[in-house]
Ligand binder design. Structure first.
Ligand SMILES: Cc1cc2nc3c(=O)[nH]c(=O)nc-3n(C[C@H](O)[C@H](O)[C@H](O)COP(=O)(O)OP(=O)(O)OC[C@H]3O[C@@H](n4cnc5c(N)ncnc54)[C@H](O)[C@@H]3O)c2cc1C
Length: 376
């Protein structure tokens, strides 16, 4: 079997790449597990925010907003985004950090409201008033229906002729003339271009092809759900967290979700939640709020994979022509997937980056795996 582009990794990154590349030639999306998005992409907080500390990631987030708000006709039967809002709270001595968040939001044209204690409490009455002085509210933060987005990418890619292959654990990548041969137990194919969208395994996949590591480091994050609170009507609550980033809470259908916002470097694997991270999250949330969590209803963990400068990577390796990286999406791989998918499709086709991305000042070098800020 021979294709123009083989994409390794069927999480949100690979699925979005398949969707945007499928119109340009023959595409195969290859995933090791039985289901697409079994790993990180199926384990998220489903949040859209542009309150992001690093500039290229923040711009790719804002560049994704229009697609998520108004996807192409036929992409999805339900809305991808629904209003949620995001409240970040802190103490008076953390005002500088909250100001930076406001500046970051404003830098990409997003609204940011500076709140005093009473205004923050009006949005999230469960806060203990003595624990905070100030807040920043991002009213245009949203919930993402992650499954609707994923299915939209997969359905669109399939309709445009892409092959969607699961249970294909790629175990070798070899160069044959100008092409790449990828092999898994029971199958193989040859491709002109490889897109490495293997999430936490991106360095491992590059190693199979004989490339040096880029320094993609998976970080485990744990999350859990807990019961609705009898003293509060939680339906209209925003996503709430501290500027210290030592917990966050958000409403989910029929329950609440919490996390320690932990980021523990780990080897890439099918990660599980650690009891200690859940216990610490509960302690931190109960310290700052009047929520009474009790026993979690469910718990899980997933990988957030970062490169050195914590900005995402989309671009061709200089040492291996035809080998493209699509990696390092950190905690933003769902919300940046439209702009990242459009960017990788343009770069593979040798076209300029799309206007949605360049309008916000992102150039190909900002996304390149060869950029200076990735070198130690
Ligand atoms: C608790 C938590 C909360 C989060 N909240 C948010 C959020 O609110 N918003 C947001 O945008 N992001 C969030 N994220 C981050 C988001 O999950 C990631 O950025 C995103 O899922 C990365 O997508 P990916 O496709 O690169 O990785 P993955 O989804 O991990 O996909 C990579 C795939 O590659 C496959 N693969 C690897 N090696 C091989 C091989 N050799 N052969 C075949 N297949 C292979 C794997 O099986 C895997 O399915 C959160 C993450 C966590 C853990």
């Amino acid at each position: 079997m021979q294709v123009d582009v083989a994409i390794i990794g069927g999480g949100m990154a690979g699925a979005s790449a398949a969707y945007f590349l499928a119109g340009h030639g023959s595409v195969a999306l290859i995933e090791r597990e039985e289901h697409f998005s079994y790993h990180s992409s199926g384990r998220t907080a489903a949040q859209f925010t542009v309150g992001i500390g690093v500039a290229t990631m923040r711009r790719m987030a804002q560049a994704s907003r229009a697609f998520l708000e108004t996807p192409p006709e036929g992409f999805a039967e339900q809305p991808i985004l629904s209003p949620r809002g995001c409240l970040t709270v802190g103490r008076r001595d953390q005002e500088a950090a909250l100001r930076r968040l406001e500046e970051n939001l404003a830098s990409v044209g997003a609204r940011a409201d500076h709140l005093d204690r009473d205004e923050a409490l009006a949005l999230f009455p469960a806060l203990r008033p003595e624990k905070l002085d100030l807040g920043v509210y991002e009213p245009d933060a949203m919930d993402i229906d992650v499954d609707v987005l994923l299915q939209g990418y997969l359905r669109g890619a399939r309709a445009a002729g892409a092959m969607l292959i699961t249970r294909a654990d790629i175990q070798s990548i070899t160069r044959e003339g100008d092409r790449w041969r990828v092999t898994w137990p029971g199958g193989d194919l040859v491709a002109d271009v490889l897109v490495n969208a293997a999430g936490g395994w991106a360095d491992e996949v590059a190693g199979m092809a004989g490339l040096a590591k880029l320094g993609v480091v998976p970080h485990r994050r744990t999350a859990f759900t807990f019961a609705l609170q009898k003293d509060f009507d939680t339906r209209g609550w925003p996503h709430v967290g501290t500027v210290d980033y030592d917990w966050y809470v958000k409403p989910e259908p029929g329950c609440l979700m919490g996390s320690l916002a932990d980021a523990t470097p780990v080897a890439a694997s099918d990660v599980y939640p650690e009891d200690i991270d859940i216990a610490q999250a509960i302690e931190n949330i109960e310290r700052d709020t009047r929520l009474s969590i009790g026993r979690p209803l469910s718990q899980w963990a997933g990988l957030r994979s970062f490169v050195r400068d914590r900005n995402p990577v989309a671009g061709m390796s200089q040492s291996a022509p035809g080998f493209f990286w699509l990696a390092g999406q950190g905690g933003c791989g769902i919300l940046t997937s439209p702009a990242m998918g459009q960017a990788i499709a343009a770069l593979v086709a040798g076209s300029p980056l799309p206007e949605a991305v360049t309008r916000l000042g992102v150039v190909a070098d900002d996304l390149s795996p060869e950029r200076e800020s990735l070198k130690s």
